[in-house]
Design a protein around this ligand. Sequence first.
Ligand code: NAD
Length: 278
Amino acid sequence: MSHRPDMQEEVVVVTGAGGMGEAIARRIGTGRRLLLADYSDHALQRAVQALDESGYAVTGVVTDVSDRASVDRLAKAAADAGRLVAVVHTAGVSAATATLEQVLAVDLVGTAHVIDAFEEVAAPGLVLVCIASMAGHYAQLTGQQERELATTPAGELRDLPVVQALADPMQAYILAKRANQVRVQAAALAWNLRGARVNTVSPGVISTAMAKAEAASASGSHMLGMLDACGIGRMGSTGELAEAVAFLVGPGSRYVTGTDLLVDGGQAAWIRHHMPVP
Ligand SMILES: NC(=O)c1ccc[n+]([C@@H]2O[C@H](COP(=O)([O-])OP(=O)(O)OC[C@H]3O[C@@H](n4cnc5c(N)ncnc54)[C@H](O)[C@@H]3O)[C@@H](O)[C@H]2O)c1
């Protein structure tokens, strides 16, 4: 069936057509126009077909979040499609499978692009949720380094001394995810002035292709061991993560902005207060 344009129709954007992206699209996309964005045409077509077969009004938009012009095109398409009410940014790469440069381009700079590009089209009521990571809670940065990560223009982030000093993809991932958290804190002012909100969700280990690749990597057994040690004894499901996102894009969180919601089964709390010190 063809879609009739309707400027009163609510529009939701989800970047990343992976495990979290599809679950979030299913949770918050009902009765709305969904724009699903990914740089992988294959991942996009698979998720669009699955959502379409389930009755969602979904359009795939090939987008590379590491390219600001590409994100600008997505933001414009969303604003032109109706009343943009939610953007959930899940597109990302993992330290287990990406290079240091890819982690910086996608997880650090790409997230900054999404915050900046959608601020420009934000109308009252828009909510942006960026998926960061529990890893961001482990970053050991000075206040000055955090302020620089929070406010330096996206195109200059790679030039910061703290970024130049990174030695491997895991260090880059931890820094990028902390940067996501502090960038939404700093962005909350501009979004508030537009009547819009911006937050991060920091997942622990959520059962997606990314988590399974990490579980199979060199640090996988350590990661799974921590899930047992902290008492939760399992990965989180994509549905549980989608519930947290649904709260942040819904009416029950209208006073929540510029903050992070940790969804990790208690892992970060265990690491902070109970992990044996070597
Ligand atoms: N799964 C976990 O346990 C976990 C834990 C903490 C944080 N996260 C974060 O959650 C987010 C979603 O992860 P997931 O588990 O759904 O992973 P996933 O691999 O299932 O999906 C990620 C998607 O992002 C897309 N992508 C990668 N680079 C892109 C780019 N430049 N432009 C557009 N799309 C791009 C990929 O093609 C993929 O479809 C990521 O930011 C990840 O770092 C995941």
